[in-house]
Design a protein around this ligand. Structure first.
Ligand SMILES: *Cc1c(COP(=O)(O)O)cnc(C)c1O
Length: 382
């Protein structure tokens, strides 16, 4: 049987092939012009992505992490402020809050969508709370309406971490669908090369419909400069470069189709896993999931054995995320303890990430499904 090729978690070369011919011409043009930062491609991408999201502004910056940091600063966060977010996220979410001198206050997650338990936010409020930072994890949106109501009642801002959810949508209680990234005061996107919309180097962006936030980010990303020799306020260096913007402009028209393909593949996995002791991803009826990652949960005692079983059959797997943020060594100064976020902690012991990308083949999904089924029908002995 010629069935031993490895199925990787993600195949980025295939995505490159889809834009290769056009891209090389654009890159040559950019390099001949030698206007490498915040030039015509960045400006065009900012317009195009803002239009795609339905917001007034999008601003390209150096990475998703910097997008979070600059957005927090533009929203006026100051040392000593508290920002409510989740522990179950990529650590950058927490780091960004820390870097602006604020305190991350962590709440638990919904055990099915793995996103912020919005009912837990109210009891995390204090007199120092300034904002809420929901993370649209794995491509599933957070239930935003309750957060929006809470934010309005307590005069808080909302910053979305949309790094894993380009193209995801949320249906508000009035029944209209809105893009993730257009649901708060501002949103931070990462265009890291593995994300649903990825560049070929570091890149990120901030979307907002608030003119004041956009203007502040515009200053902050170039050292607070108002003109060449005047620095109106302390900023940093966080520019999107032209080569990355050209990649993003070429990929953006494919994003919806690529996300649709992810959804088809996800449905195929989920159908294939029926009847097994596996929690497959859910999609709430108010959500349009874009499956940045396809994450299943298995009983904790099977997690490592199943991963090993799949590995020996040429199937790559991952774990997002094995150690919740509140239990990271770097978080020791905040004094969190094991047991404080029980759902987060249990989920972290049970999750497995399976191969997912728009160029994954049906047959490859079937091979993964067969292998997982074989593992459980053989009694999980491997
Ligand atoms: C990737 C990611 C980030 C950080 O983005 P970078 O571009 O890698 O700095 C932040 N939050 C989440 C949830 C992410 O997945």
């Amino acid at each position: 049987m010629n069935d031993v090729s490895t199925i990787p978690l993600v195949d980025l070369r295939a995505q490159y092939r889809a834009i290769e011919k056009d891209l090389l011409g654009h890159w040559q043009e950019i390099l001949n012009r030698m206007h490498l930062f915040l030039g015509p491609n960045v400006q065009a991408f900012e317009k195009e992505f803002a239009a795609y999201l339905g917001v007034r502004h999008h601003l390209g910056v150096g990475s998703g992490t910097e997008a979070l940091i600059l957005a927090l600063q533009a929203l006026g966060v100051e040392p000593g402020d508290e920002v409510i977010t989740v522990s179950f996220t990529f650590f950058a979410t927490i780091e960004a809050i820390w870097h602006v001198g604020a305190r991350p206050v962590l709440v638990d997650i919904d055990p099915e969508t793995y996103t912020m338990d919005v009912d837990a936010v109210e009891s995390a409020l204090s007199s120092r709370t300034r904002g809420i930072l929901p993370v649209h994890l794995f491509g599933h949106p957070v239930d935003m309406a309750p957060l929006q109501r809470l934010a309005a009642r307590h005069d808080l801002w909302i910053l979305e971490d949309a790094a894993q959810a380009h193209g995801a949508r949320y249906r508000d209680p009035e029944g209209s669908w809105k893009m993730v990234g257009a649901l708060g005061d501002a949103a931070a996107f990462s265009f890291y090369y593995t994300k649903n919309l990825g560049a070929f180097g570091e890149a990120g962006g901030i979307s907002t419909s608030r003119d004041d936030v956009a203007e502040t980010v515009r200053l902050l990303r170039v050292h607070g400069q108002t003109d060449k020799y005047t620095h109106a306020r302390m900023g940093t260096n966080s520019r999107l470069d032209e080569l990355q913007a050209a990649v993003l402009r070429l990929k953006l028209p494919h994003l919806n189709a690529w996300n649709e393909r992810r959804r088809v593949l996800a449905a195929r996995y989920t159908e294939g896993f029926r009847g097994l002791p596996i929690h497959t991803p859910v999609e709430r009826d108010w959500a349009h999931h874009v499956y940045h990652l396809y994450v299943i949960r298995v009983p904790a005692e099977h997690r490592d054995a199943l991963r090993e079983y799949l590995h020996t059959r040429g199937i790559a797997t991952g774990v997002h995320y094995p150690i919740p943020s509140h239990l990271q060594p770097a978080m020791a100064p905040l004094g969190y303890r094991e047991g404080q976020l029980p759902v987060t902690e249990q989920v972290a012991r049970e999750v497995i990430t399976l191969p997912m990308h728009p160029f994954l083949k049906d047959e490859e999904v079937d091979r993964v499904v067969e292998a997982v089924r074989a593992y459980f029908t053989s009694g999980g002995q491997g």
